[in-house]
Design a protein around this ligand. Structure first.
Ligand code: TYD
Ligand code: MG
Length: 470
């Protein structure tokens, strides 16, 4: 008896099964397993020789490359994140929470291209044409020659777009609303989203149009629908922002044609998204000068230095297990810094609640923020305001040593540009040039810095009383 073929395939992760089941053991998704015909060799047809492979020419690595494939749209923050503009035939997935401004951003991108006399098509599966027009009017883009449609059938869209000269940009808002005849499941299902994306991507590759797909994000931040769509596209961008802030940050999660650590900063205004060319000035615009618990961190996002305020609040706890809450930074790094403060600096925090916040809704991923976070924490605990004209950066190791970090010169230069007078940095970076007119204060260990901050402190009466309790 011939061995049974595995013919049930998870449409989300591609795992193979011998029989149908409701949940995929490999990726944990429900209802994604579908029967697929096993790929078997076709029986040779009588009277016809089997097809021989066609020969093709192999090319050397050096050779002529045809036409400049990138097209910058003119929105600097967007172009930076895409790696210099939209590549011909490339597909980009833009994810983000509902209402964050994806449609607004893409309408502005399409309008910029249309105004530069490129053919730009905007297909909305979520909103009626009238709604998109209203938004365009509000954004003062109504005069741009964008071609608009409210359609959801992929076959109709591809047929329409193949009809005339190829568009330079096609925006599909959103991929979850699209459906294709080639797949039987209902619109919005994993299989449909994957099928629709595959058909649209095939069109983009064949025609050379740049394609941007909008993708909704589920509660846990994943782009809803099959994760395979993320693998099918050339770049995945995510558009983020804190609900209460007007700042929006565009971040590349994956990019075949550019860096993935660049960010673009926008502000949502009544007239659409405004580019923020100098994010440091914005993030520092509402500083609470002279109050304890804030430190300015000189960070790097991609190639760009960004100064941002880290705010800490350390308060005696009334709970058995003290609270640790952090917004905009990695909670496990906070736990590490707290442990180092306890173990190597003699600072007891087990009786205190600790809150840490990165101002402006920015999310910091660098370990270089350790020193700034530690300074803010000690400053809050000791009730000692840090000097308002100082910036901090450096990585703290588990032994309590302060380690140098990359791109110190760029960080110092940005701090000097924004009028800061001194920088508290790792000892190893103290002979770094870059910050003209900036006094460099090298520190070797976190204990040294903590002692110095605490020495300036005026313990708040309440904290003092608690500290003396047994
Ligand atoms: P939208 O682009 O529709 O979000 P998404 O496509 O990601 O769901 O933007 C929706 C929000 O943006 C909405 O709450 C209103 C706000 N907004 C402004 O504040 N100013 C504007 O000029 C526009 C067009 C929208
Ligand atoms: Mg939208």
């Amino acid at each position: 008896m011939a061995r049974r073929e595995l013919t049930f395939v998870c449409q989300n992760c591609g795992a193979l099964y011998g029989r149908w089941q409701g949940k995929c053991d490999a990726c944990g998704e429900w209802n994604t397993i579908a029967e697929e015909a096993a790929a078997t060799a076709r029986p040779p047809q009588p009277g016809r020789a089997p097809r021989k492979g066609r020969k093709f020419a192999l090319e050397p690595l050096t050779g002529e490359t045809h036409d400049a494939p990138r097209l910058a749209c003119g929105i600097t923050e967007f172009d930076r994140v895409t790696g210099g503009g939209l590549v011909r035939g490339s597909v980009l997935l833009l994810g983000g929470d509902p209402g964050i401004g994806k449609s607004t951003l893409l309408l502005e991108v399409a309008a910029k291209l249309a105004r530069a006399r490129h053919r730009a098509v905007y297909i909305s599966g979520e909103e009626a044409v009238a709604q998109v027009r209203l938004r365009a009017e509000r954004l003062k883009l109504a005069d741009a020659q964008i071609e608009l449609a409210a359609e959801t059938s992929v076959e109709d869209i591809v047929a329409t777009l193949s009809d005339r000269d190829t568009p330079r940009l096609v925006v599909i808002d959103s991929i979850q609303t699209m459906w294709t005849d080639a797949v039987e499941s209902a619109p919005g299902t994993v299989t449909q989203v994957r099928g629709a994306a595959a058909a649209l991507i095939r069109f983009a590759k064949r025609s050379g149009a740049a394609l941007i797909l909008v993708g909704h994000v589920t509660k846990d931040g994943q782009i809803a629908g099959p994760r395979v769509v993320e693998h099918m596209v050339d770049a995945v961008l995510s558009f983020e922002g804190e609900g209460s802030h007007q700042f929006r940050i565009l971040r590349a999660v994956k990019n075949r044609f550019g860096p993935t650590d660049e960010i673009g900063v926008f502000e949502m205004t009544g007239l659409g998204l405004k580019e923020i060319a100098n994010p440091s000035a914005l993030f520092l615009s509402e500083r609470d000068l002279g109050s304890p618990g804030t430190a300015v961190f000189a960070g790097i996002e991609g190639t760009r230095p960004i100064l941002v305020e880290m705010q800490a609040l350390v308060a005696p706890t009334s709970l058995g297990t003290p609270r640790r809450a952090v917004v905009g930074w990695d909670p496990s790094r906070l736990a590490m810094v707290l442990a180092v403060l306890e173990a190597h600096c003699g600072i007891r925090l087990s009786g205190h609640d600790v809150y840490l916040n990165v101002a402006g809704g920015l999310r910091i991923q660098e370990p270089a923020a350790d020193l700034a976070a530690a300074a803010a924490l000690v400053s809050s605990l000791a009730n000692a305001p840090l000097p308002a004209d100082a910036v901090y950066f450096g990585e703290v190791s588990l032994s309590g040593a302060v380690r140098p970090v990359a791109q110190a010169a760029a960080r110092l230069k940005e701090a000097a540009k924004l009028g800061f007078a001194r920088a508290v940095i790792p000892q190893g970076a103290a002979n770094e040039s870059g910050g003209e007119g900036l006094a460099l204060n090298g520190v070797q260990s976190l204990a040294e810095l903590a002692a110095e901050i605490a020495a300036h402190g005026t313990p708040s009466p309440r904290a003092d009383r608690r500290a003396r309790e047994p």
